[in-house]
Every structure is written in C-alpha cells, then in structure tokens.
Design a protein. Structure first.
Length: 184
C-alpha cells in the first residue's frame, strides 16, 4: 500500500492519503457540479470509492488518484441522470471580500460591484469547458496539472482553455470600461 513498504491499515491509509485532500475535493466537486447538494454527493461517492480501493493504492500522488476517482464518479453520475432538467446553470453566487479596517469610497464600492457583476456574468456566459478551467485554476487554486487530472484532459488543453477564457472575460471588462489600460 505505501511506497516505503510500510503496511498501513485501510483506516490509517485513508487518514493519511485521503482526508488531507477533502478541501480540494470539495472545491473541485463544486466547480464540476455547480450545485451544493450534487457537490456533496460527488465528494461522498469519491470518498466511498477511495475507501474501497485504498488497499490497492500505492501512496503515490493521492490528489491525482482522488481527482481521477472523482472525474469517473461524475461521468457515471451524468450517465445515470440524463437529461439534467433540474440543473440551474445560470445561477452564480457572488461573495464580496472586504479587508478589515479598509473603508472603500462610494465610487470604489460602485465600481467594485460593477466589476464583480461583469466578471460573474462573463464567467456564466463562458462555454462549460472554459468556465470549469477558470473555476478550478483561478478560483479554486488548483495547478494546471491538477485541473487537467480533474477534467481528464491534457495540461496543454487546460492552458489553452484558460487563456481563451481569460481573454473573453478581459474583452467584456474592456467593453464595460472596467479593464485596466495596457501600457505601450
């Protein structure tokens, strides 16, 4: 089970390799499903599958292993639930982060809210494959390799989709007069 040759019980291996990745699994599931209840179900399915297979896991790259399990579980869920009539893909939750002690001027508040609204709208209008990459890399903080593993695509595809998605968001910000001007 472990690379070092040490034998762990399934419970110890699960605690060592799987539990530290719970936050990442939750963020990725949220990005993949876009629904809190579905994300919880996906994480639970992933954890259950991981526990069942933990004795066959060699201990190398637990995050990649878990993301592969999650990707397969999500694909299986989609095959079972076609078509998804109840999914609301147009909804985006907006969260405002304000640093304590920093008071914004009324102009900054309005511009900030407008900026956030344009970014949220731009994100919602992106094709699914581009939106997922932005959420995984820019919002959830996954590396290109981790996002590629989660989505089951090559790293180059992640980089390409991310570049195109960022360009589209930047175009919408420019059209709204909210993008920073480039220096020559």
């Amino acid at each position: 089970m472990a690379q070092t040759g040490e034998q762990l019980t399934p419970e110890d291996a699960f605690s060592r390799y799987v539990l530290p990745e719970l936050d990442v699994l939750a963020r990725v599931a949220s990005s993949l499903t876009r629904n809190a209840a579905d994300a919880e179900d996906l994480v639970q399915e992933t954890l259950l599958s991981a526990f069942r297979a933990i004795e066959r896991f060699d201990g190398a790259y637990p995050r990649a292993w878990l993301l592969t399990i999650m990707r397969n579980a999500e694909a299986k869920r989609h095959r079972r639930r076609r078509p998804q009539l109840l999914r609301d893909g147009d909804r985006i939750e907006q969260v405002a982060f304000v640093e304590p002690g920093l008071a914004a001027t009324p102009e900054q508040v309005v511009v900030g809210q407008e900026f956030d609204a344009v970014v949220a709208e731009s994100l919602a209008l992106l094709p699914e494959r581009h939106r997922q990459v932005v959420e995984l890399v820019d919002i959830d903080g996954l590396s290109y390799a981790e996002a590629a593993e989660a989505l089951g695509v090559p790293v180059g595809t992640v980089m390409s989709r991310l570049h195109r998605a960022r360009a589209r968001i930047r175009q919408r910000l420019s059209a709204a007069g909210l993008a920073p001007r480039r220096r020559l």
